[in-house]
Every structure is written in structure tokens, then in C-alpha cells.
Design a protein around this ligand. Structure first.
Ligand SMILES: Cc1cc2nc3c(=O)[nH]c(=O)nc-3n(C[C@H](O)[C@H](O)[C@H](O)COP(=O)(O)OP(=O)(O)OC[C@H]3O[C@@H](n4cnc5c(N)ncnc54)[C@H](O)[C@@H]3O)c2cc1C
Length: 318
């Protein structure tokens, strides 16, 4: 890869707001939309030579970008080609999760319906965080992942087992040294009408329970029941009896609500009235407002219930 050629493609001081679900955050010092392996490898070599840190951006639906922006080179993963091969979907990591779901539905393939209505997410971002809902997650359908090792500059293939998926986590989120490039999803043959009905049902559910203002989905991970029992036995019993369990975990939103924090506002950031685990941008929020509100919630929950909430969203540039 010609160094001058890639340098010409890299943009400077590039605004990222269009990619940020929260609609906040500063610019990238350097930015490149990566569609080919050649550009990916060239950009990584460029960053190494210039001693610039690399940050990866998928659909921006689960991140909070600092108001001061991001130092280094931001790579927006944009290889979005997706092909149906029998019962498999072969997806570029930059493919839109919902587009892949509709492509699968059209080919009578089931397995992604749970993601209906998650706006903007990419397949790569969803694999990294093992995204999921309604008792399903990416770990149920990922067959293999091709990922680029940012330290060693080489591509590696990972089996489902190698990905070490757990609740909203994977080998890639733990190591943070891999850029997911392609993913093969092993779907199940299904009935087109039933798949479409399930998509409609989930879309309706999300529309009736989730806010419409800009957000990055759930801010906090749901809480492991064993952990809750160990720090606050009474609360764990209350969670079970109040029906606050979600896929074997205690809904973080239930705790935020119990602490009376629904509607709490800092600047333009507000705890959603529709769903207490969502923080919304009411119009003029800054990343700082959202960050402060997250920390107020964490402190309050720690003091009141002895529970440490962990973020599901990822901070970039902080
Ligand atoms: C309204 C709404 C509802 C949501 N509902 C759900 C839900 O039901 N379940 C759920 O799990 N999530 C949900 N989310 C959160 C989010 O959509 C998912 O976590 C999604 O998988 C993030 O993908 P992304 O491409 O947007 O990643 P980004 O937000 O761009 O990035 C998230 C993290 O992944 C890294 N990353 C992105 N792409 C790659 C790659 N190719 N290789 C390596 N690292 C990468 C980034 O560096 C960052 O650390 C919701 C979000 C919104 C806004």
C-alpha cells in the first residue's frame, strides 16, 4: 500500500456527530472510512508510522464520544457487503445489523429477529459486545469471525468457541486489540411469514417501551443475580418477586427506577421516563452532561443498594 495514497484518503478534524447515536461528541483528529482490506492494512501502517492510536467505530449506537473529540485515527468500519450462502450469512463487519436481518428474512432464515429496531448497529459492533435481546444473542448464530490483529498486523479466523462469548462480552471486547472484519452467521431455516411476524412483534415492543429521543440503548448491563444476592440479599428477593428479572439477570433499569432517578436531568441529558436504563439527549446535551448523569446514577445506586453498576456503553476519547 502506497503511504501517500492512504494519507490522501485520511480526513483531519472530522466531525463524528453523524455517527453517534447520542448526537454528541467532538471530532476525530484523523478519520478514515474503511471498505477494503487494502485500506485497512494501509491505514494501520500509517497510524503506526505516525504513532497514532487507532479507535474503531461501527454504527456508533453504543458509544459516548468525548466533547473534546478523539485523538489518533478513527476507523469507521464500512465493508458492508452481505451474501446469503445456503443457511449462512457472510457479512462484512460494517453491514447494518437490521439490513442483514431483513436479507435473512427474505431468504427464510431465522436468528436475527431479536435485533429488529436496534438503530444503526453494525454486525462487527454487535459481535464485539455480543449484542442480544429476548433470550437471544450474537453468540447463538456466529459461526466464524475474521479479525485483524492491530498489534501484529495480520488477519485471524476465530470459531464461535474462540470468541469466548458471555453476557455483552467477547474475546474482542476483553482484548481490545482486534478489529472484526468479516463474520459468518449460521442461521436456521424458517418460515418467511413467521419470521416477519416476529420482527413486527419485536418492533412494536420496542416502539412501545423505548424512548424516541437520541440514546445509545441501555446504559448499564443488567445485574448478575448471584452478585446481587452477595451484596444485597433483600434486594435480590425483591427483584425476583417484582418480576425485574430479564434472561436470568436483574434489569438495571429497575434499580434506577427504584432509586427514584427516572426523569433526572443534567443539562440536556435525562434519564428516560419510558425506560430507566436509557439516557436520552433532549436536544442540547453534551457528552459531559451524559457522563455526569451516568456517574450520579452509579454513585446513588452504590450508596443506596451497595450495587456497582457496570456500563454497557463504551466511552471513546475520555
Ligand atoms: C435504541 C437502541 C436500542 C438498543 N437495543 C439493544 C439491544 O436490545 N441489545 C443490545 O445488545 N444492544 C442494544 N443497543 C446497543 C447497540 O446497538 C449494540 O450494542 C450494537 O451491537 C453496537 O454496534 P455498533 O456497530 O453501533 O457499535 P459502536 O457503537 O460503533 O461500537 C461499540 C463498541 O464496539 C467497537 N467496535 C465496533 N465495530 C467494531 C469492529 N468491527 N471490530 C472491533 N470493535 C468494534 C467500538 O470500538 C466500541 O468499543 C441499542 C442501541 C440503541 C440506540
Amino acid at each position: 500500500m502506497d503511504d501517500i495514497f492512504i494519507a490522501e484518503k485520511i480526513k483531519q478534524n472530522f466531525s463524528l456527530v453523524q455517527f453517534a447515536a447520542y448526537k454528541v461528541g467532538g471530532p476525530a483528529e484523523f478519520f478514515l472510512e474503511v471498505k477494503t482490506k487494502e485500506d485497512l492494512v494501509g491505514a494501520c501502517m500509517w497510524a503506526k508510522e505516525k504513532n497514532k492510536e487507532i479507535k474503531i467505530l461501527g454504527g456508533g449506537s453504543n458509544i459516548l464520544i468525548c466533547d473534546q473529540g478523539i485523538k489518533g485515527l478513527v476507523l469507521k468500519i464500512a465493508n458492508s457487503d452481505t451474501v446469503v450462502r445456503g443457511e449462512r450469512l457472510d457479512c462484512g463487519a460494517g453491514a447494518n445489523l437490521n439490513r442483514a436481518m431483513y436479507l435473512a428474512a427474505g431468504a427464510e432464515l431465522s436468528g436475527l429477529e431479536w435485533s429488529a429496531g436496534i438503530p444503526g448497529a453494525t454486525i462487527g459492533g454487535a459481535v464485539r459486545g455480543n449484542a442480544g435481546a429476548f433470550s437471544m444473542s450474537m453468540s447463538d448464530i456466529v459461526e466464524t469471525v475474521e479479525a485483524f490483529n492491530l498489534s501484529k498486523n495480520n488477519f485471524n479466523i476465530f470459531s464461535n468457541k474462540d470468541c469466548r462469548f458471555s453476557y455483552r462480552q467477547s474475546y474482542f471486547s476483553d482484548k481490545n486489540d482486534y478489529l472484526i472484519w468479516r463474520v459468518i452467521l449460521k442461521m436456521r431455516k424458517g418460515n418467511k411469514e413467521k419470521i416477519e411476524q416476529e420482527i413486527e412483534r419485536i418492533l412494536f415492543f420496542r416502539q412501545s417501551k423505548q424512548p424516541r429521543l437520541p440514546s445509545a440503548g441501555s446504559v448499564f448491563k443488567n445485574i448478575d443475580l448471584e452478585y446481587l444476592e452477595s451484596v444485597n440479599k433483600n434486594l435480590s428477593e425483591e427483584a425476583i418477586s417484582s418480576g425485574a428479572m430479564k434472561d436470568g439477570r436483574v434489569a438495571a433499569g429497575w434499580l434506577v427506577d427504584l432509586a427514584g432517578l427516572k426523569g433526572k436531568k443534567i443539562g440536556g441529558a435525562k434519564v428516560s421516563l419510558e425506560h430507566a436504563n436509557f439516557i436520552v439527549n433532549t436536544g442540547n446535551a453534551t457528552a459531559e452532561d451524559i457522563f455526569k448523569l451516568i456517574n450520579i446514577i452509579k454513585n446513588e445506586i452504590k450508596i443506596r443498594f451497595k450495587v456497582e453498576l457496570k456500563e454497557e456503553i463504551q466511552y471513546i476519547g475520555f
